[in-house]
Design a protein around this ligand. Structure first.
Ligand code: ZN
Length: 83
């Protein structure tokens, strides 16, 4: 389970942490020179989140990273993470 923390909630200015379901597809690597210097590729997506204090929706942008062995296929917001 991956989590994302959003700061500056537009409704309450608070910080909320959400559980995410992230699907990655496995990358079959070809061994070529450029693979050795591979960097993590940022993936920015916009999703609807719900402020747990005011129970209102807002749009938030989150950034996750592809890794050398897995490309992000889909990202689903499951809900607020309870501390
Ligand atoms: Zn909030």
């Amino acid at each position: 389970m991956e989590t994302i923390t959003l700061e500056n909630c537009p409704w309450c200015n608070g910080i909320h942490t959400y559980n995410l379901n992230v699907e990655r597809s496995i990358v079959i690597k070809n061994i070529i020179a450029s693979d050795f210097n591979e960097t993590k590729r940022p993936v920015r997506v916009t999703r609807i989140f719900i402020c747990p204090k005011q129970d209102k929706e807002f749009q938030g942008t989150l950034t996750l990273y592809d890794t050398s062995s897995g490309r992000i296929k889909s990202i689903t917001v499951i809900g607020v993470k309870n501390d």
